[in-house]
Design a protein around this ligand. Structure first.
Ligand SMILES: [Zn+2]
Length: 273
């Protein structure tokens, strides 16, 4: 991208691209680039801009990858597994957070179908004595996804906290991020900075939002996941979920699946759709 812009800008001056002109043109290039992107995407530097642009253009996904049954190439380190472009941007955000005094700790990132199915089965079985299958499913989908429908299958989403003051026994609890909680200042830092690196909150605290409850810890790397969501919603979820022998899947009526799609999958932060 950088090269293309530079070529375009330099073309009229192809014989006179000396160093000082190059500097001026780099400034123009930055301005041009900034004008060409959504103003909500503040680009920190050229390298990050390049990473994001490449991520958006090169991405191809198939159904298996979108439902957690693929074999994506992931970068695995520091307690995370993410697609390479998301990992690169995350490393930058993590380094910047460290300068501000926050040690970002990843609770969860990529999860495949089988892993999600394990979560699903555990929750379903532990509720099944007290709840009807329908009520059981409604209870699970307050926070957890049906296997095959998790954004954690994409390698773009992760749950984060900061561990500077220790890791709570129940780290993914909203109260830590609220006023007076141990993550309150970290949340303020994320509000201020995460989008600069491409990371957006998915399940916001907008009171009129349906679907999953407020998750102040769950972020998505928008330059990759926006396109993946667009591909995902074209899948035939009714057929996919009926084919899998999931606990409670006898209650997955077409009406239920359509509502799940509308609320759990699509009633999210509008900035990432
Ligand atoms: Zn999550």
């Amino acid at each position: 991208m950088k090269k293309i812009f530079y070529t375009l800008i330099c073309f009229p001056f192809i014989f006179s691209c000396n160093k000082s002109e190059k500097k001026d043109q780099e400034k123009t290039q930055t301005n041009l680039y900034n004008n060409s992107v959504d103003s909500s995407e503040i680009i920190l530097d050229e390298e990050l801009a390049d990473t994001i642009k490449k991520a958006e253009t090169k991405l191809t996904t198939n159904q298996e990858e979108l439902i957690g049954k693929g074999n994506p190439t992931l970068v695995r380190k520091d307690n995370y597994a993410l697609l390479p472009e998301a990992a690169k941007a995350f490393d930058k955000m993590k380094a910047e957070a460290k300068k501000a005094g926050f040690n970002i700790h990843v609770i969860s990132s990529y999860r495949n179908f089988d892993y999600q199915n394990g979560i699903w089965n555990r929750k379903y079985n532990s509720n099944s004595k007290d709840l009807t299958p329908e009520k059981n499913i409604q209870k699970i989908i307050e926070y957890s996804t049906i296997p095959g429908t998790s954004r954690h299958h994409w390698g773009t989403d992760l749950d984060i906290i900061h561990s500077t003051t220790g890791i709570p026994t129940d780290p993914l609890n909203e109260k830590h991020f609220n006023k007076g909680g141990s993550m309150e200042k970290f949340k303020a830092w994320l509000d201020e900075n995460s989008e600069k690196y491409g990371f957006y909150l998915v399940y916001t605290n907008n009171p009129s939002r349906k679907g999953f409850k407020y998750e102040p810890w769950h972020f998505t790397y928008k330059p990759l996941s926006q396109k993946m969501l667009q591909d995902y919603i074209k899948l035939d979820l009714n057929t996919i979920l009926k084919t899998e022998k999931l606990a409670g899947s006898q209650s997955f009526t077409p009406e239920f699946i359509n509502q799940y799609k509308k609320e759990q999958i699509l009633d999210i932060n509008p900035a990432i759709k």
